[in-house]
Design a binder for this molecule. Structure first.
Ligand code: AMP
Length: 549
């Protein structure tokens, strides 16, 4: 191998421990702020790796987490990956049968779970036909009463294990991570990340055209660590030797504002919903945002008003687009240097687009006829991408389909335009999943249940724009029966089967669902007719949204 060593994550951990032993890692926990240094962090990471090793975990085994953003979760990030195992982050907001499917398919041997998420995990594990999990570890100093078995608490698990644990040699082709994403149909699909994918993604995000992080940064990822490794930020912040701040379980705008002020956060990252919440809070409270330098906004489109608002506080918005399939960063909306003298309007317009592809990736935009569209900012087509950190298959599904991949390119399902400067803008989605507050809701699953009602003739669910949650589901139903009765019955059945935030904000009764030429439901037609959730009478109750802020 001409390059000397493989592209693995070990050097990032080594670098931060040796160069920045006193830099802090801070975590908001149920018991207050936990605080230690990279030096202590690295010791605990090796103790955890040693404990996992003693529990029989070896290369290729999957270590799952069911956790919010905190220091222990961050310890699993480097321990599992650097020892050659696979870090499998599970999204605790998913419906129970998705969690069951994911644990079963991933064959997780160890699951580390937050105390506050035990109730969400237990029913999934209980209903597994055969349980692959040999050890549950509750994140804390004691394990509360639980049906999970065998169970121990995290501090006892890492106990007196060896802080001098020797890292084994690991190959760059080895799977290092696993994260599930919502499919357009059916159950979530797994995306595996090799060591090399994580390494190349970290290096690309560290470039000036990515989301570079340096040793004078204080980085707070609000995007959950169960979402594509919090967009890779725990890895890139470590590579850069930055101070880390983890906001703990379900931080609200007040918690976020407080952490920014008290820890002097310079860079934070989250979905637009998080920032809308902070904006609202800052309008009503005295908050010192002066330490904040950059905010990464992604997962859904960043509204122009948000970019302006942050700009007014001296904060640069890095609008980023990506996908679970891309580890996840694809584009970042940096302003090209020759656009810096353009009018404010042009600059904001550019920044509010999804942006320029980060170095190392290539893209194509293909129209319905299979032709590449011109870069004129008007013609649109599906975005295809390829590169070292873009997957070419789904986990445990060797039969990649033509809808998903084409000749080594990932078909993103995002419909985009490209302007003459190369800025990509998402204008639609070919996929019909709904994104509410950064979390996916499967329209297909809601439809299947609604259509299961005897008196429902046709039903479809679309996402419509929503000020706070970006998109909310609205159900369209055709029935010959009493509409009021059907609405309450349908909502009651959905309530039994799905988390509250999946429930449609409104049920609209129509004569017929519009169809395409091939007889499929033409959701695009409905989306054009119903563009804004505020036109519906049902306002979502507070809990009708993911608890992920
Ligand atoms: P996920 O795999 O959950 O990260 O979701 C990826 C999808 O989220 C993309 O294919 C887009 O449809 C959407 N997405 C991500 N970032 C953005 C963004 N900045 N603007 C609009 N949509 C986005």
């Amino acid at each position: 191998m001409p390059g000397g060593t493989d592209q693995t994550l070990r050097p990032f951990l080594w670098r931060s421990e040796r160069f920045y032993p006193d830099t802090e890692i801070v975590s908001r926990t149920a018991d207050g702020i936990a605080r230690y240094t990279y030096s202590e962090y690295a010791d605990r990471v090796r103790r955890l790796a040693s404990a996992l090793d003693a529990a029989g975990i070896t290369a290729g085994d999957r270590v799952a987490t069911f956790c919010w953003n905190h220091h222990r979760h961050f310890e699993v990030y480097f321990a599992a990956v650097t020892m050659g195992a696979q870090l499998h982050t599970i999204n605790p907001l998913l419906p129970v049968d998705h969690v069951r499917h994911i644990i079963n398919e991933a064959d997780d041997r160890v699951v580390l779970v937050d105390p506050s998420l035990l109730e969400a995990l237990e029913p999934a594990v209980e209903s597994l036909a055969s349980n692959p999990v040999e050890q549950f570890v509750v994140m804390g100093e004691t394990a509360p009463e639980t049906e999970l078995d065998p169970v121990t608490d995290y501090e006892s698990f890492i106990g007196s294990h060896d802080p001098a644990f020797d890292w084994p040699a690991v190959s760059e082709d080895q799977p290092a991570g696993l994260c599930y994403t919502s499919g357009t149909t059916g159950k979530p699909k797994g995306v595996e990340y090799t060591q090399q994918m994580l390494w190349t993604h970290t290096m690309a995000t560290q470039s000036p055209q990515g989301i570079p992080i340096a040793d004078d940064d204080v980085v707070m990822p609000i995007v959950p660590m169960f979402h594509v490794n919090a967009w890779g930020i725990p890895f890139s912040a470590t590579a850069g030797g930055a101070k880390h701040v983890y906001p703990g379980p379900s931080p609200d705008p007040e918690d976020i504002a407080q952490l920014i002020e008290e820890e002097n956060v310079t860079l934070s990252a989250g979905v637009p919903t998080v920032w809308l919440g902070l904006q609202e809070y800052v309008r009503e409270h005295e908050v010192d945002l002066s330490s904040l330098d950059r905010v990464v906004v992604g997962g859904s489109a960043a509204p122009e008003s948000m970019i302006e608002w942050f700009g007014g506080h001296g904060v640069e918005v890095l609008h980023a687009w990506g996908m679970t399939e891309m580890t996840p960063i694809g584009t970042v909306s940096h302003l090209k240097h020759d656009l810096e003298d353009e009018s404010k309007e042009t600059r904001i317009d550019k920044r509010s687009k999804q942006g320029l592809l980060v170095p190392g990736l290539e893209f194509r935009v293909i129209d319905d006829a299979g032709e590449q569209v011109p870069w004129d900012g008007e013609a649109f087509g599906e975005l295809l991408v390829r590169g070292p950190w873009v997957t070419t298959e789904y986990f445990a599904r060797p039969d990649a389909t033509e809808e998903e991949f084409a000749d080594g390119w990932l078909k993103t399902g995002d419909v985009v335009t490209v302007d003459p400067d190369g800025y990509v803008e998402i204008v639609d989605r070919t996929k019909d999943v709904i994104k509410s507050g950064g979390e996916w809701i499967s329209s297909v699953e809601l439809e299947n249940v609604i259509m299961g009602h005897d008196a429902v003739e046709e039903a479809t669910v679309i996402g419509v724009e929503h000020d706070r949650w970006q998109e909310r589901p609205i159900a369209f139903v055709v029935t010959g029966d009493d509409e009021g009765t059907i609405e309450s019955e349908v909502l009651a059945v959905l309530d039994e089967q799905f988390p509250k935030w999946w429930l449609p904000d409104d049920v609209v009764f129509i004569e017929e669902v519009p169809k395409t030429a091939t007889g499929k439901f033409a959701k695009r037609v409905l989306r054009e007719q119903y563009t804004d959730a505020s036109v519906f009478d049902g306002e979502p109750p507070e809990e009708a949204a993911p608890d992920s802020e």
